[in-house]
Write a protein that binds this ligand. Structure first.
Ligand code: EPU
Length: 434
């Protein structure tokens, strides 16, 4: 296994390019199955999750070819309806194959995704949407079987206890585009990744209106054609570089970083004293105000609220902001696995229910820490950039699921970050707990 070694204290400067969005690319790969023709996806991030998805599409019978670092060709002429457990269990996002398989083949067999370290992640809303479209759904031996010979448009309500579901909405849209008649999806999630999915489906011949809103209307069509589509830039990666610049009091430009996708994150940065400016051509510049970092409050909510996928990284920034900051989770109320690791670096954080209360402005010190999931990995690396001494982040395979060339991009901004074999961790550190 590999680890990251970060020697903190460098001020980041320069320019970095945001890659294509992971959470857009994964459903887009799935959506290619809706046509029997070849599609080409451009600006795809180079990530282990993307490679998993490509592997699952191959197992389903598609021909999948990586044309260059960011371009993939998918030919799904002959596909089957059952996805293999061994691959699906490795990536929860594979649940977004349900919609395309139901849409194109009228049947699907997908192993039920397991739990996840960020919290309980049920798929009841996905199943309810398929049932509203006329499907018979059965859970047998841990596998969701869907039979939908009579697929037809209907009204679907996508809201749940924690708001609307992102991949659930994607599944409903992907099944409905090939369902005869009209489908209305009320309380649809409206994340930019879903608008990107709709844009691609429209270019394949789908009839969708209300894109980007909570009410989507779809008129089913008989078939879809292949397409060439460019994945939108990754807003979570963009914001992570905003936080990296801020935590090191640096001055950074992010190319392909779109302010219009950052929603409430920008307000929180402004409250904290982080100035994020757009030059109008998708270049963001980031700088900390002359008054330094100030405490702030943020509550995670579905888009355009503050994203849960930035809560952990923003917690690292709060550790460096003077005063008491509060971060409240409304999407995954137990997504706080990064907190005990930040405590090992000297952070002062207490957890009260679904909120972390952070007393910031104290120095952090480097330590060996353990990444528990994708966004927690990024949070620990950001903390390491600001800490005194060396931070060793273990289990960075979580990071490789969602950040394209993270250490190379940080090195380009002047960070002292290395990817090393685990054997390089000093023995004295390994004997410590955690
Ligand atoms: N939920 C239900 N029932 C369902 C589906 C969801 O109760 O049938 C609940 C979830 O438990 C959660 C909330 O609804 O409390 C939102 O979950 P959602 O379904 O929107 O999440 P997701 O679609 O599984 C995507 C991203 C996640 C991101 C969430 C929230 C992808 C591939 N994944 O997951 O990304 O955290 O939306 O924005 O798009 C990440 O990138 O690190 C990541 C975890």
């Amino acid at each position: 296994m590999e680890v990251f070694k970060i020697r903190g204290g460098k001020t980041l400067s320069g320019s970095v390019k945001a890659s294509g969005s992971k959470n857009a690319a994964l459903p887009l790969f799935a959506a290619t199955l809706l046509s029997s023709e070849e599609s080409i996806l451009e600006n795809v991030p180079d990530l282990s999750d993307v490679r998993f998805m490509a592997e699952i599409l191959r197992e389903l019978g598609s021909e999948v070819e990586k044309l260059d670092r960011t371009t993939w060709k998918i030919n799904p002429t002959n596909i089957v309806h059952a996805a293999p457990y061994e691959l699906v269990r490795k990536m929860r996002a594979s649940v977004c194959l349900l919609g395309p398989l139901v849409g194109r083949l009228r049947r699907a067999e997908i192993p039920m995704p397991g739990g996840c370290v960020i919290g309980n992640r049920p798929i009841d809303l996905h199943i309810r949407a398929m049932e509203r479209l006329g499907a018979k759904v059965e859970l047998k031996g841990g596998v969701v079987h869907i039979d939908d010979k009579d697929l037809r448009g209907n009204s679907i309500f996508m809201g749940g206890r924690h708001g609307s579901t992102v991949t659930g909405t994607a599944n409903a849209i992907m099944a409905a585009v090939l369902a005869p008649g009209k489908t209305t999806i009320d309380s649809a999630a409206c994340e930019p990744e879903l608008s990107d999915l709709c844009a691609m489906l429209v270019s394949m011949g789908a009839d969708i209106s209300g894109i980007g809103s909570h009410m989507i209307e779809i008129e089913g069509v008989e078939s879809l054609q292949g397409c060439r589509h460019r994945v939108i830039p990754d807003r979570i990666e963009t914001a992570t570089y905003v936080l990296a610049a801020a935590i090191t009091k640096g001055k950074v430009t992010i190319r392909d970083g779109r302010t219009d996708h950052l929603g409430a994150f920008l307000n929180v940065m402004s409250e904290c004293g982080v100035m994020v400016e757009s030059d109008g051509s998708e270049n963001l510049s980031v700088e900390v105000s002359e008054f330094g970092l100030k405490s702030f409050e943020a509550i995670t909510l579905p888009y355009p609220g503050f994203p849960t996928d930035l809560q952990a990284q923003t917690c690292a920034l709060a550790c460096q902001a003077d005063g008491l900051s509060i971060l409240t989770e409304r999407v995954y109320p137990s997504r706080f696995m990064h907190v005990p690791e930040l405590l090992r670096m000297g952070a002062e954080i207490s957890l009260e229910g679904a909120s972390s209360i952070i007393r910031g402005g104290r120095p952090l010190t480097g330590a060996p820490v353990m990444a528990s999931d994708l966004r927690a990995s990024a949070a620990l690396i950001l903390a390491g950039l600001a800490a005194e001494g060396d931070t060793w982040v273990q289990r960075i395979y979580h990071l490789d699921r969602g950040y394209d060339a993270f250490e190379k991009k940080l090195q380009g901004l002047g960070a002292d970050v290395e990817r090393l074999p685990e054997s390089e961790i000093p023995k004295a550190f390994l004997s410590q707990p955690g």
